[in-house]
Design a protein around this ligand. Structure first.
Ligand code: S3P
Length: 416
C-alpha cells in the first residue's frame, strides 16, 4: 500500500462526552463543534435528554445544548456500549436530587462499576447494585466532600468524582497511581471551575454558583488518528498528513512508544483549542524494532494497545507491554483477544500474568479475526490487513461506528 493525502480524524470521544455533560449542566446555550458522531457519544446525548437537557441531534455540523436543572425520577438510562457514559453520568447524578437506573448492552453490563460507585457512596450517594456492574440504581442528593486515592489509574473514576463534586457543590481531592487523561481537569479550568493540582493530587473546590455556557471545538481523537498512523507506518511508500489531532501528553504515549520503535511521526502546527494542545501529524513508512512498554506509560496509551500490539507483530524482535490487566475489562477482554487474534494470523503472542508479549514476524498475516464487536480490535486488525500479501478476515466491521464511523472510508481513501 502507498500512504497518501490529508485526512481528519473524528472528534475526540473522551472530550465529546465531557463537553456534552458540562453543557447540559451549564446555564444557557452552548455550541459544540467537531463533536464525535459515534454511537457512544449519541448514548451520552440520549441520556442527557432523558434527564431534561435540550440536546440537538449529534451531527458533523455540531451540536447545540441548552443546559437545564437535570433531574430524574425513576428514569431508566440505557448507556449502550459506552463505559464513559455510564461512569461519568453516575458522577453527575450523585450530586442531583435524582433517582435513576442505569443499564447498557451485554458488553457494558459485564464491565466493573464498583470502582466508581465505591467513592460516590463514600460521598453520600445511595447506590443499589447486585454485583460489580450494571444494571444499578442511584439516588443522588446531599453529598459530603471526599479525599480519595484511586486504586486504578482511571480517568473515568477521577472524572466521576469531579463531576459529583461539581453537581453536589462539595470539594474533592483525588490521587491516582499514575496520571490518567486529564480532559475533565482541563475543561474545568477552561470554564473557570475551581480546579487545582498539587503534588499529583487533583483538587476541586466549588467556586461559582453556576457553570457558564460555552462554545468549543473538539480536537480530533488521537486514539482514532493512531490507526491511520499505524497504517502509514506499515505502508511501502508515501506519506500521510493527519490534521487537527489532539496531542495532550496524557493521550499520546503511543507516539512516544512508536518513536522508540523507530518511527518518525512529525508534529507540526502546534496550537491550543479550548485548553487542549492540537497538532497535525505527518506519518511515513518505517521499519520497526520491538520495545518494552512500562506500567507508567500504559494510562497514556491504554486504548492504543491493540494497535501497538499489531504493529509489534510486524517489528523486529519482541515487544512487552507491562501491567495491561485493565485491558481485560474494556469493551471486550482485549488482552486475551489481542493475543488470540495475533496467533490466529500466524504471529507469536502470549499473556503472562498481566503482561503481553508479542514477537514480530515478516510472514504476511493470514487468518480470521474475532473482533468481539470491539471497535478498537476491529480497527487494529483492519490495519494489519493492509500489509502486503495479508489475508485478514474480520468477523464484523460495524463496531467501528462506536468511535470512528468513517474509518473504512478513510482507510480506503488514504491507502487505496
Ligand atoms: C476514558 C478513559 C479510559 C479509556 C476510555 C475512555 C475516558 O478508561 O480506556 O476509552 O473518556 O475517561 P479508564 O478510565 O477505565 O481507564
Amino acid at each position: 500500500m502507498i500512504a497518501r493525502g490529508v485526512v481528519r480524524p473524528p472528534g475526540d470521544k473522551s472530550i465529546s462526552h465531557r463537553v456534552l455533560m458540562l453543557a447540559a449542566l451549564a446555564h444557557g446555550k452552548s455550541e459544540i463543534n467537531g463533536i464525535l458522531t459515534g454511537d457512544d457519544v449519541k448514548s451520552t446525548a440520549r441520556v442527557l435528554r432523558q434527564l431534561g437537557a435540550d440536546v440537538s441531534p449529534v451531527r458533523d455540523t455540531g451540536v447545540k445544548v441548552s443546559g437545564a436543572m437535570l433531574r430524574a425520577r425513576g428514569a431508566r438510562l440505557h448507556c449502550g456500549n459506552s463505559g464513559t457514559t455510564a461512569r461519568l453520568i453516575l458522577g453527575v447524578l450523585a450530586g442531583l436530587r435524582a433517582t435513576a437506573t442505569l443499564t447498557g448492552d451485554s458488553s457494558l453490563r459485564r464491565r466493573p462499576m464498583r470502582r466508581v460507585t465505591e467513592p460516590l457512596r463514600q460521598m453520600g450517594a445511595v447506590i443499589k447494585e447486585k454485583g460489580d456492574g450494571l444494571p444499578l440504581t442511584i439516588r443522588g442528593g446531599e453529598l459530603r466532600g471526599l479525599t480519595y486515592t484511586s486504586p486504578v489509574a482511571s480517568a473515568q473514576v477521577k472524572s466521576a468524582i469531579l463531576l459529583a463534586g461539581l453537581t453536589g457543590g462539595v470539594p474533592v481531592t483525588i490521587r491516582e497511581p499514575y496520571r490518567s487523561r486529564d480532559h475533565t481537569e482541563r475543561l474545568f479550568a477552561h470554564l473557570g471551575l475551581g480546579i487545582h493540582e498539587r503534588d499529583g493530587a487533583i483538587r476541586y473546590q466549588p467556586s461559582t454558583a453556576s457553570i457558564p455556557s460555552f462554545t468549543i471545538s473538539v480536537p480530533g481523537d488521537p486514539s482514532s488518528a493512531a490507526f491511520l498512523v499505524g497504517a502509514a507506518l506499515l505502508a511501502q511508500d508515501g506519506e500521510l498528513t493527519i490534521e487537527n489531532v489532539g496531542v495532550n501528553p496524557t493521550r499520546i504515549g503511543f507516539l512516544i512508544v512508536l518513536e522508540r520503535m523507530g518511527a518518525h511521526v512529525h508534529r507540526v502546527n502546534l496550537r491550543d483549542q479550548g485548553g487542549e494542545p492540537v497538532a497535525d501529524l505527518i506519518a511515513m513508512p518505517a521499519s520497526l524494532t520491538g520495545t518494552h512498554v512500562t506500567a507508567d506509560e500504559i494510562p497514556t496509551l491504554v486504548d492504543e494497545v491493540p494497535l501497538l500490539a499489531v504493529l509489534a507483530s510486524r517489528a523486529r524482535g519482541e515487544t512487552v507491554f507491562r501491567e495491561v490487566g485493565e485491558l481485560r475489562v474494556k469493551e471486550s477482554n482485549r488482552l486475551e483477544l489481542i493475543a488470540a487474534n495475533l496467533r490466529a494470523v500466524g504471529a507469536n503472542a502470549e499473556v503472562h500474568g498481566n503482561d503481553l508479549h508479542v514477537e514480530g514476524t515478516a510472514q504476511p498475516p493470514r487468518g480470521t479475526i474475532e473482533t468481539a464487536k470491539d471497535h478498537r480490535l476491529t480497527m487494529a486488525f483492519a490495519v494489519l490487513g493492509t500489509v502486503a500479501g495479508a489475508q485478514v478476515k474480520l468477523s464484523e466491521r460495524k463496531s467501528v461506528a462506536i468511535s470512528y464511523p468513517g474509518f473504512f472510508r478513510d482507510l480506503r481513501r488514504c491507502f487505496g
